[in-house]
Design a binder for this molecule. Sequence first.
Ligand code: HEM
Length: 375
Amino acid sequence: MNWLSIFSGALASVSNISIIIWLLLITLLTCRLYKIYYDERAIERRKQISLLPSLTKTYLETINCIWQVASLRPLDTLPYFSSVLKSVGPLVYMNTIIRDYVLINDPDDIKILLSSTQHITKGPEYSILEPWLSTGLLTSTDEKWQTRRKLLTNTFHFKILESYIPAFNHHANGLVQSLAKASKNNEIDLHSHVTLCALDIADIREELQGIFGDSDRDATMEDLKSMFTLERVIKETMRLYPSVPSVTRRLNQPIQLKNHSIPAHSIIAFSIYILHRDESMYPNPEVFDPDRFLPEQCNDRHPYGYLPFSAGSRNCIGQKFAMYLMKTVLSTVVRHMKLETLGTQKDIVVSTQLVLKADSLPSLKLTPLFENHKK
Ligand code: HEM
């Protein structure tokens, strides 16, 4: 071993140590700067949140709110949030420790949220769908969502939808046959078919008589387009009982609403079910009245005051498909059956999970009208 190699070895270990020290210093400095930056953002965030009308201003209110939300049964969820919005106002901040929720119910605010092309990330609630749907169109976000939406939009083109009409008719006729069989027991519990339109059926029949006369032929696309009364009945049913009762978004960036700015990382939510019961847009909101959708009654209504299929870039891609399907099934059932409700609207009890669920429905009495179903 010569002096030169001892000297260069010592130099190398000194420089190794200094590199380690430098790395440590840089790491510590980065952590410190990040903490300052994070704290500042947290302070700014808390400042913004403190300006929002809140249900959880104090620790006690926060604990009370968490307790109440945790003990809600699916049946109580919508009435609870409806009462919160009524007591606090159309925008309410709720701190549930794990997440910050901002509930909105002003159509102007809902419009700002839904028409934005930036706030398209779904809230954490949708993750329960992922084991089933994976990150498909409904649950994905950003580029993945954009490419898929673009691809799938074409598959809902009018011409393609038209090719589904025979399948709709086939299944609607199948339903009529199974209902005709079941009607022999006199009463039918249509639990899985929310058919409030049955309450308005006498009206829906006149229109169909005009289109089909006494024929039991299948419906065509042209027929479906001319079912205006049935369309109003479906719209009013979806007003009172929207299949998707609430929508949430995770804010990756802050959003400026009409009167408030909401910081990033909040979860913003609105309830279609509650919005559709806003008395200023729907007087006597619990009353089932399809005429609310006559042009003269709805032309002046806020365009974001009726959202059964949501709106904006993440609206329901299947809405036309769904409308044609509902019209085919309902018109087929009504043309082939006399429907009588054996209860009232009060017998309809709904609860909310990710979709609206009918916990109880009035029973229906169905009487087949065509001879071939009477046998
Ligand atoms: C009455 C029937 C239906 C109602 C009320 C309805 C309602 C909705 C609503 C409110 C949304 C928005 C959800 C959100 O933003 O979180 C939505 C999204 C969606 N709907 Fe529907 N829907 C119906 C039928 C259908 C049908 C028949 C299909 C497919 C054939 C469909 C496919 C979708 C998809 C893929 C999305 C996600 C779109 C996206 O995020 O880009 N829906 N639907």
